[in-house]
Design a protein. Structure first.
Length: 304
C-alpha cells in the first residue's frame, strides 16, 4: 500500500526540525535560521499535524522532542541529504555551475571571436572545460532552449522573451566578389544594378541569410540564387570559384580566400547585424555564465 506524504510536511519544515534537534531550543533555532521563534514553533507544530502523532512534549516552558521526533529527524537527515544531492545532479545535467560550459556559435565567428572567448574563459576559470557547438541562428536558438548549449554567440534573436542578450559588436553586410570581377575594385556597389547577376547564399536560418534577403528587398528584386550552402566558409569558396556573388558580414574578412574582396554596399542597401552572447533568462545566475558575461563585457573591443 502506498502512503502519501501529508502536504504539511515540507523540506523547509524538516530543516527546521533538524536545526531544533541540534540546538534543543526554539530561540537558538530561530537565530540559526534567521527566522522568528513563532515561525519555528509553527513549523514544528505543523509537522505534528502532518505526521498525525505527537513529536514534542512540554516540560515547564521547555519543548522536548519525543522518540517519534528523533525517528522523524533520522529520516529527515537522509531525505534532505538525498534531495540536496539530487538538486546538485540536476543542475549539472542542466549545465548549471558544472565543470563544463557548452558554447554555441555561428561559423562566421570562429575565426576571431570564438578563439578569444575560449582563451579568455580558460584564463578566468582554468578548471572549466569549454565545448563548442556550431550551427545557424535557428539551430542554435533551439539548442539553447533544449538545454543542449549553455550560451550562444550569434545575432540577437527576434521575439525571444525567454532569452537574455549581451551585445558584443555590430557588423555590416558587404558585397563579396572575386578579384578580377567588375565589382571588386568599386568604391561601393549599387545592388539594384545587379539584377542580371548570379548569386550564392547560405540556407535559411542563418542571420547572414536574413541580411542577404533584407538587402535584396530594399533593392526590390529577387536574386537569382544558383546554389545554397550550410556554412559560411563553403559560401566564400563558391564566390572564390566564380560560381556567384553573395553578401557577407565584415567579420569574415580575416578568413576570406585570397581572391575574394568585400566591397561596401551603397548606404541604402546596408543591413547591420548585432552580435551578442545569448542565454536563457532562467540561467542568469549560473556562475559559469556570469564568468562568460564578465569576460564578454570586459573584452568587447577585442571580440569584433
Amino acid at each position: 500500500m502506498t502512503f502519501l506524504v501529508d502536504e504539511e510536511i515540507t523540506f523547509r519544515k524538516l530543516e527546521i526540525l533538524l536545526a531544533f534537534m541540534e540546538t534543543g531550543n526554539l530561540a537558538r533555532t530561530a537565530e540559526k535560521l534567521d527566522i522568528s521563534t513563532v515561525s519555528v514553533h509553527r513549523a514544528l507544530h505543523s509537522l505534528e499535524t502532518g505526521a498525525r502523532c505527537a513529536l514534542f512534549r512540554l516540560e515547564g516552558r521547555n519543548l522536548l522532542p519525543t522518540e517519534a521526533a528523533r525517528a522523524l529527524a533520522d529520516v529527515a537527515r537522509e531525505v534532505v541529504r538525498t534531495m540536496s544531492e539530487g538538486i546538485r545532479a540536476t543542475r549539472e545535467v542542466a549545465g548549471y555551475s558544472a565543470d563544463r560550459i557548452r558554447i554555441g556559435s555561428l561559423y562566421s565567428l570562429t575565426s576571431r571571436t570564438v578563439p578569444k572567448v575560449i582563451m579568455g574563459m580558460k584564463l578566468r576559470k582554468p578548471d572549466l572545460h569549454t565545448e563548442l557547438v556550431l550551427g545557424s541562428n535557428a539551430d542554435l536558438l533551439q539548442k539553447l532552449r533544449d538545454g543542449a548549449v549553455d550560451a550562444v554567440l550569434m545575432a540577437i534573436p527576434d521575439e525571444a522573451p525567454d532569452v537574455e542578450s549581451e551585445p558584443l559588436f555590430e557588423d555590416d553586410i558587404f558585397f563579396a566578389a572575386p578579384v578580377g570581377s567588375r565589382y571588386a575594385e568599386m568604391a561601393e556597389v549599387d545592388l539594384g544594378a545587379c539584377r542580371h547577376e548570379r548569386f550564392v547564399s547560405l540556407s535559411e536560418g542563418f542571420v547572414t541569410y536574413n541580411g542577404f534577403m533584407a538587402s535584396f528587398r530594399i533593392a526590390d528584386f529577387t536574386p537569382d540564387v544558383v546554389m545554397r550552402t550550410g556554412d559560411i566558409f563553403s559560401l566564400m569558396n563558391l564566390v572564390s570559384g566564380d560560381v556567384g556573388y553573395t553578401l557577407l558580414p565584415g567579420r569574415v574578412r580575416g578568413a576570406l580566400p585570397h581572391n575574394v574582396r568585400l566591397v561596401p554596399l551603397q548606404p541604402k542597401y546596408l543591413v547591420r547585424q548585432t552580435i551578442a552572447v545569448n542565454f536563457l533568462r532562467t540561467r542568469e545566475r549560473d556562475p559559469n555564465l556570469l564568468a562568460l558575461l564578465a569576460l564578454c563585457r570586459s573584452s568587447k573591443a577585442d571580440l569584433a
